[in-house]
Design a protein around this ligand. Structure first.
Ligand code: PLP
Length: 347
C-alpha cells in the first residue's frame, strides 16, 4: 500500500487539475520538445506536501509543510510551473537564459529546475541572502549577480529589478520569470498548494498566508474561497514591509515582506492583514522548534505567530480550524533567527 502511494506521481495526484500531460510532440515547436520531455520527467518530483496538526489551545491548527518540496520550499511549485507554462507557450527553448531577482528560495528552486532543463540561470540576489542559499546558488549557477546598493525603501528589491532589466536587455534569449508579475506563479498555488488543502480538510475557517511577491496568496486565496466560501484569508506580513501601507524600513529576516507592492497582491482575496515584528517571528520559530518539533524558517514563524495572535483575540465556539504554511526549512536560519546574539539586533 505504501509503495503504491509513494509511486503515485504529482501528475497523477493532480491529473484532474493539471489537465493532460504537457507532452504532445505534434503541437510542440521542435526547439521545445526536449524541454517539454524533461519537464515531464521531473514532474513526479513534486508531490503533495504533508498537512500536520500543531497542538495549540483555542484552534485546530494545521501546518502545511512546504519545505517538503524537492528543493526545500514553497517556491518549488512556482518555479516549476512558470518554467512549464513558458515552455508550453514557446517562450523558452534550448537557447534561453533564465534571469530572476530573488533573495533565496525562488532562486534556489529555479537554479535546480533550470539546470535539469540544461538552461543557464542568472540569479540577482542581495546582501540579505542567507549564506547557505548563496553557497547553493554559487555551486549551481555560473553567474550570480549580488547587488549592494539599497533602494530608497532601505531594501534592495528595486535595485535588483533594475539589474534584472539590464541583464535582460544585454543577454541573448533572456527569459525573466518575473515572480512579481507572472500569473503562472499564482496558478501553481491555485492548482496545487490550495487544492491539496481542499482535499485534506473537510472544513477550514482561516488560512494564514505570508506575502512577499503575493503569488502564493493570490493563487491560494482564490481556490480556498471557492472551496470553503466562509473562509477568512489572513495575509501575514513583516513589520517594516511596505506591502500593506506601512512605512518601509530595514528588515533582517528574508522571505516575507517587500519594499514595493507587487501587482499580484491585488489578485488575492484578503479578509484581514496581520503584521508581525521580526522579534515575534524569531520567538515563534523557536516555539515551533522547542514546543512542536518543527525546524522551520522565518516566514513559517511569522505565519504561526499571526495564527496564534489572531485566533486568541477572537475566541469562538466551536473551535475554528486554521492552516498556515511552513514555507521553508529552519536549517539555513540557525545562525540568525535561532542565534541568541543575532536576535538582539531585531526590533
Ligand atoms: C520562505 C518564504 N516564505 C514566504 C514567501 C512569500 O511568498 P510570495 O512571494 O508568494 O508572496 C517567500 C517568498 O520568497 C519565501 O521565501
Amino acid at each position: 500500500m505504501l509503495a503504491e502511494v509513494a509511486a503515485r506521481p504529482f501528475e497523477d495526484e493532480h491529473s484532474d487539475i493539471l489537465g493532460p500531460p504537457v507532452s504532445s510532440p505534434n503541437q510542440m515547436a521542435p526547439a521545445n520538445a526536449a524541454l517539454i520531455d524533461e519537464l515531464d520527467r521531473i514532474a513526479p518530483l513534486l508531490r503533495p506536501t504533508p498537512l500536520v496538526p500543531v497542538n495549540v489551545p483555542g484552534v485546530h491548527l494545521f501546518a502545511k509543510l512546504e519545505y517538503a518540496n524537492p528543493v526545500g520550499s514553497v517556491k518549488d511549485r512556482t518555479a516549476y510551473w512558470i518554467l512549464r507554462r513558458a515552455a508550453e507557450r514557446g517562450d523558452i527553448d534550448e537557447r534561453s537564459t533564465i534571469i530572476e531577482s530573488s533573495s533565496g528560495n525562488f532562486a534556489c528552486a529555479l537554479a535546480v529546475y533550470a539546470k535539469l532543463l540544461g538552461l543557464p540561470f542568472i540569479p540577482v540576489v542581495d546582501p540579505n541572502i542567507l549564506p547557505t542559499y548563496e553557497s547553493f546558488l554559487r555551486r549551481l549557477c555560473a553567474t550570480v549577480v549580488k547587488v549592494d546598493v539599497p533602494d530608497e525603501s532601505g531594501g534592495y528589491l528595486k535595485t535588483r529589478l533594475r539589474v534584472v532589466k539590464e541583464l535582460c536587455d544585454t543577454t541573448p534569449h533572456a527569459f525573466w520569470t518575473n515572480q512579481y508579475g507572472n500569473l503562472d506563479g499564482p496558478d501553481a498555488h491555485y492548482r496545487t498548494t490550495a487544492e491539496e488543502i481542499c482535499r485534506d480538510l473537510p472544513h477550514l475557517d482561516y488560512a494564514f498566508i505570508g506575502v512577499s511577491s503575493g503569488g502564493t496568496i493570490a493563487g491560494m486565496s482564490r481556490r480556498l474561497k471557492e472551496h470553503f466560501p466562509e473562509i477568512k484569508i489572513i495575509a501575514v506580513d513583516a513589520v517594516g514591509s511596505a506591502i500593506f501601507g506601512g512605512a518601509p524600513r530595514t528588515r533582517h529576516i528574508p522571505g516575507l515582506g517587500a519594499g514595493i507592492v507587487s501587482p499580484l497582491v491585488s489578485q488575492a482575496h484578503i479578509d484581514d492583514v496581520v503584521m508581525i515584528s521580526e522579534r515575534a517571528t524569531a520567538q515563534a520559530c523557536r516555539d515551533l522548534l522547542w514546543q512542536h518539533g518543527l525546524l522551520v524558517g522565518g516566514s513559517s514563524g511569522t505565519a504561526f505567530a499571526a495564527a496564534m495572535q489572531y485566533t486568541a483575540a477572537r475566541p469562538v465556539s466551536p473551535t475554528p480550524t486554521a492552516v498556515f504554511l511552513c514555507s521553508d526549512r529552519g536549517t539555513p536560519y540557525l545562525d540568525t533567527v535561532f542565534n541568541d546574539e543575532w536576535i538582539t539586533r531585531l526590533e
